[in-house]
Design a protein around this ligand. Structure first.
Ligand code: SF4
Length: 421
């Protein structure tokens, strides 16, 4: 199949008729800060986080002092750049006293010269906020709250080891909705063992009734050394199969759309104009400074990760050394493949280079069934809505085919998941 015919196929089969326009993605860098403390470990969580009960006030103060030192060290070592988003995530940043968060934001804004209108997001947990807490954050310049809700079903919340239950939760959602932030997001999880289309529909309905301008919905994935993985390996719980997940995904998309939210990334929905500007940087290859325990960053073409040991993090910074535990400068080809894999997560896809278009044409010639999942129009490759359901497989397939190995030898296509037929 020629490039030309691929374009034609794309027009006929794959292109969404009403893709909302891509919001402008500023080339200014973002800043991510990791606060690694939570009220309790969730049963599925594999992030760098510690339950607060195990953290003394002394250790907490030491962490915040180390974080401030890290900020100062980057001020000395980084070339002057523009920054226009700050995302404080975790963990649960709102386990900190609000005054500490406010001081941190003030420091970052001063050192990195954040402009008026910078997007400043704080992740929150329903159990850790109050009307006064949110008011302090607003006064500190926070204009976006991202609240981890996950479900409104008490049985599911208990399974996930969340600390709150439906009744108190709904009050906290209304506090966020009424606090006057420019934007706010609620996070949900689906594909929870035992979750039914009815319980998922109810969670969505209840959360969407607060009209969040942004919704993130993640499919539960067993990962790392978590209780969830242990329960599965012992046969105590069973994850839903592909067809059950597909049904839940269908409910999610329909409900989100009925509340005016469009799917702009595989797990993210927004009202136009409320897409997360910080996350857009990740998906469109804009660099970002990452601070805090275990944080991943991307600066001057180098990807790096801070240590995940709380003790090492604090010690390193007490000796005026950056706590970077891993770094890598990817070659041009690798960077391009990463760009493709990440860019394909959004509905706007990625602009193809001419040689890549021919390679894709070759791939689709061999596997015409993939045209249902991939769309090429005006030189941009994107996933169809069906394609987004198999994103990981398809992105790995495309990047493999465009990689050096794919170009040199016979095309080797791994067996697609059962649902991709
Ligand atoms: S609140 Fe978030 S970071 Fe903390 S344990 Fe739960 S999933 Fe992990």
């Amino acid at each position: 199949m020629s490039t030309l015919s691929l374009r034609a196929e794309g027009r006929r089969l794959g292109v969404r008729p009403r893709t909302p326009q891509k919001p402008p993605v500023s080339r200014a860098r973002g800043i991510y800060i990791h606060i690694p403390f939570c009220l309790r470990r969730c049963s599925y969580c594999d992030f760098a986080s510690y339950p607060c009960v195990r953290i003394s006030d002394r250790l907490l103060d030491a962490y915040l002092a180390a974080l401030r030192k890290e900020i100062q060290l980057y001020r000395l070592s980084l070339s002057p750049s523009r920054y226009d988003t700050l995302f404080i995530g975790g963990g649960t940043p709102t386990t900190l006293p609000p005054g500490e968060l406010a001081r941190l934001i003030e420091l970052v804004a001063r050192i990195f010269n954040l402009p008026a209108g910078a997007e400043i997001t704080v992740e929150a947990n329903p159990d850790t906020i109050s009307r006064e807490y949110l008011a302090t954050l607003r006064r500190a310049g926070v204009n976006r709250i991202s609240m981890g809700v996950q479900s409104t079903d008490d049985r599911e919340l208990a399974f996930l080891h969340r600390t709150y239950r439906r009744r108190g939760l709904l009050e906290k959602l209304s506090l966020v909705a009424e606090a006057g932030f420019e934007s706010f997001n609620f996070d949900l999880i689906y594909g929870i063992p035992g979750q039914t289309p009815a319980s998922w529909g109810r969670s969505l309905r209840e959360v969407l009734s607060f009209h969040p301008p942004h919704l993130s919905a993640y499919q539960l994935t067993p990962e790392g050394r978590t209780p969830l993985v242990r329960w599965i390996s012992k046969g105590w719980v069973e994850m839903p199969d592909d067809s059950q997940v597909a049904e839940l995904t269908g409910i999610l998309i329909a409900k989100a759309e009925s509340f005016g939210l469009y799917r702009y990334e595989v797990s993210n929905f927004a009202r136009p104009g409320h897409e997360c500007r910080h996350n857009l940087k990740y998906w469109f290859g804009v660099e970002y400074l990452a601070l805090g325990l275990g944080a991943y960053g991307h600066l001057d073409g180098i990807r790096y990760r801070n240590t995940t040991s709380l003790r090492d993090y604090v010690e390193c910074l007490s000796r005026n050394r950056l706590p970077v535990a891993w770094m890598e400068q990817a070659d041009t080809e690798r960077r391009r493949l990463e760009e493709l894999a990440v860019g394909l997560r959004t509905i706007w896809g990625v602009r193809m280079r001419p040689a890549e278009e021919s390679k894709l044409a070759e791939l689709l010639g061999l596997h015409p069934e993939l045209i249902r999942y991939l769309a090429l129009a005006e030189g941009k490759l994107s996933m169809t809505s069906q394609g987004l359901e198999h994103l990981d497989y398809l992105a790995s397939l495309v990047t493999f085919e465009l990689s050096r190995a794919g170009r040199q030898g016979e095309i080797e296509v791994r067996k697609p998941p059962s649902a991709v037929e």
